[in-house]
Ligand binder design. Structure first.
Ligand code: TMP
Ligand code: ASP
Length: 241
């Protein structure tokens, strides 16, 4: 923590992270916990080391994205399981890009898992566990005022820019970026990437064997969940503490 900033009260506890206020109104601390949830919180387990792995994984990805010209809320790692971020006014929608068919796309549209999606497709979901994060479209976002049209355009543009940067990064580590979810917030009139990018919120397959190395290991009871995340980190050259 920068010497002048102190961690204060718990602001919010999500399914896998707890957010704390700090002595600086514009900064928050994200604490990545070992809790692992799926199916909108119906299945929850503690997986040893997951919080630390995800915090350091997220830091590496956020720094890579910043170097690639994507504005994010990330400031710095504070300790193995916590990072300092800029406080955003969060937009309650989730942006998903899919390069290969998996998960809910297969269930909803009857597409076979693993089919290459050309061009990659994009979906919005409403961030609402009680409603099981329903899929929404741009008209819903406009009608209910969740974001302005300009913000919708920025979120799509940034989400696809992230795809270009990360598809290459993971491929260099022998991994396919199948799909991922991003969340955005407002700061000073700008749309910034917020939340996290970890194997909890994306799908990553071994490029040769198509073995799953992400949270589908947990959702599908395949075991070796954190070991999968650590394997991804190793391939990206992240030195985990
Ligand atoms: P889906 O196949 O379940 O719709 O998810 C697509 C991708 O987005 C997958 O990598 C998981 C991620 N995701 C989340 O992490 N949280 C969510 O609430 C949603 C809807 C998707
Ligand atoms: N992130 C959501 C949950 O934890 C959905 C999922 O990952 O399956 O319930």
């Amino acid at each position: 923590m920068p010497a002048q900033i102190e961690k204060r009260a718990e602001l919010y506890s999500g399914k896998a992270k707890t957010v704390y206020t700090t002595s600086d109104d514009e900064k928050l601390v994200l604490h990545f916990r070992d809790d692992t949830s799926a199916f909108d919180g119906e299945k929850v387990e503690q997986l040893e080391r997951k919080g630390r792995v995800n915090n350091q994984f997220n830091a590496f990805i956020m720094q890579t994205l910043r170097d690639g010209g994507v504005a994010t809320h990330f400031e710095q790692v504070l300790n193995p399981s916590e990072s300092l971020v800029r406080r955003l006014d969060m937009i309650p929608v989730e942006c998903v890009v899919r390069n290969l068919a998996a998960g809910s796309l297969c269930r909803r549209l009857g597409i076979e898992e693993g089919r290459e999606l050309e061009p990659p497709t994009f979906e919005f979901f409403l961030k609402n566990d009680a409603l099981h994060d329903p899929m929404i479209n741009e008209y819903h976002i406009r009608t209910f005022g969740w974001a302005s049209d300009d913000e919708v355009e920025r979120m799509k543009e940034i989400t696809f820019r992230v795809n270009t940067i990360l598809t290459r990064l993971f491929l260099d580590g022998g991994l396919l970026l199948v799909d991922y979810k991003l969340e955005f917030g407002r700061f000073d009139g700008e749309v910034l990437l917020g939340d996290e990018f970890t194997p909890d919120g994306c799908r990553l397959w071994d490029a040769k064997t198509r073995d799953k190395l992400d949270k589908d290991r947990f959702r599908q009871g395949l075991g070796g969940v954190v070991e999968g995340y650590e394997e991804v980190a190793r391939r990206l050259g992240i030195a985990l503490q």
